[in-house]
Design a protein around this ligand. Structure first.
Ligand code: SAM
Ligand code: SF4
Length: 338
């Protein structure tokens, strides 16, 4: 971990962690309704349009955080490609001094048409969420009959040279945990890295329970029974622990916030679509940067607000006395960005 030096212009928290990556959610809206993410259709209330940051406001905040040491940006949502002309934002983000890469996480619905413009704009890689390869089950999980189109989107992203192209799969007991090997085989055939994410209690329907979480260890046991793997560990500040196939056909990643939290070297912060800075996925305190920006603050004032917010970053989910009656979910995943 980097040494904490108060007064240095970097995004330091009181635990000594330094933020280097920013996830920008550009919308809370989505054309899918994944049952581990969205609330019920009747209960969903979108952030009002006027509260959503404009591209110019996002660029300004990104510029300030880059001057404070952020090096990598991931654009997410809701479904980020619902924002019209998203490539325009990507193009300006990649030009910010200090930003080394801009990637995106998407449900893949618009990827077939957007992969090229996004690559031309400078997007580096794309992570596509894919939780089932069975059409009927995909529809059941996401609410949309979209599997063939998402698969075409992945192929197009590969064809256009976006790199890395990765797959995110949320493994949920009783929904798709009998399909782990199929998903792994799909990724192996294409040499795509697949990452299994443990189900987090940030779902809008409230179906999360400990029993539904398929742990990283269980996934490793099940996959390695057919495809032996070698542990390669989790790189510093990375979210996923890597397991490489012994036969050389790629790797899988395990993202284990529930069973083995990785908060101690977390270097991520998040900006929500309505301009709140979230220093932790599980934080319940939001720092309102939108008002700061819209009230005419200087870059210096904005920087001070951001530094103060990051300083208060909670220790992390690994240190939270939860899940108990006192723990209130900050927002549903679609409004955080994953
Ligand atoms: N719509 C895009 C997508 O689905 O990739 C981007 C936003 S989505 C909120 C970001 C990531 O969070 C996705 O990979 C999604 O599978 C994951 N996710 C959503 N709800 C989750 C939950 N309750 N637990 C774990 N991961 C979740
Ligand atoms: Fe939409 Fe992504 Fe949430 Fe699914 S996980 S509902 S695609 S935001």
């Amino acid at each position: 971990m980097e040494k904490a030096t108060v007064g240095e212009r970097k995004l330091l928290d009181r635990k000594g962690r330094v933020a280097k990556k920013l996830r920008i959610s550009v919308t809370d809206r989505c054309n899918f309704a994944c049952l581990f993410c969205m609330p019920d259709k009747d209960k969903v209330s979108w952030i009002p349009q006027e509260e959503i940051l404009s591209f110019e406001e996002v660029e300004r905040i990104a510029g300030v955080v880059a001057s404070l040491g952020i090096e990598k940006i991931r654009v997410t949502g809701g479904e980020p490609l619902l924002r019209r002309d998203l490539e325009r934002l990507v193009k300006s983000l990649v030009q910010i001094q200090g930003i080394r890469s801009v990637d995106m996480t998407t449900n893949g619905w618009y990827l077939e048409q957007k992969a090229k413009p996004l690559r031309d704009a400078g997007l580096r890689g794309v992570t596509v969420s894919l939780h089932s390869l069975r059409a009927d089950r995909f529809t059941k999980i996401s609410g949309v009959d979209a599997l063939p189109r998402v698969l075409r989107g992945i192929d197009r992203a590969l064809g256009e040279g976006l790199s890395p192209v990765k797959i995110n799969s949320v493994a949920i007991r009783g929904f798709n945990d009998d399909e782990l090997l199929e998903l792994v085989e799909y990724a192996r055939e294409r040499r795509i890295a697949i990452r299994f994410i443990e189900f987090m209690p940030l779902d809008g329907l409230g179906i999360w329970s400990h029993d539904r979480v398929v742990s990283g260890k269980e996934i490793v046991d099940r996959v390695s029974a057919k495809y032996p793997m070698v542990p390669r560990g989790r790189g510093s500040a990375e979210t996923s622990a890597l397991w490489e196939f012994e036969d050389g056909k790629g790797s899988i990643g395990l993202i284990t916030p529930m069973s083995e939290p990785f908060c101690d070297d977390c270097d991520r912060i998040r900006l929500t679509a309505d301009g709140k800075l979230l220093s932790c996925l599980f934080d319940t305190e939001y720092h309102d940067l939108r008002s700061t920006v819209r009230n005419g603050a200087s870059d210096e004032e904005l920087a001070k607000n951001i530094l103060a917010a990051v300083w208060k970053k909670p220790d992390g989910v690994g240190y939270m006395p939860w899940i108990n009656d006192g723990w209130a979910k900050p927002r549903n995943m679609n409004a955080i960005g994953g």
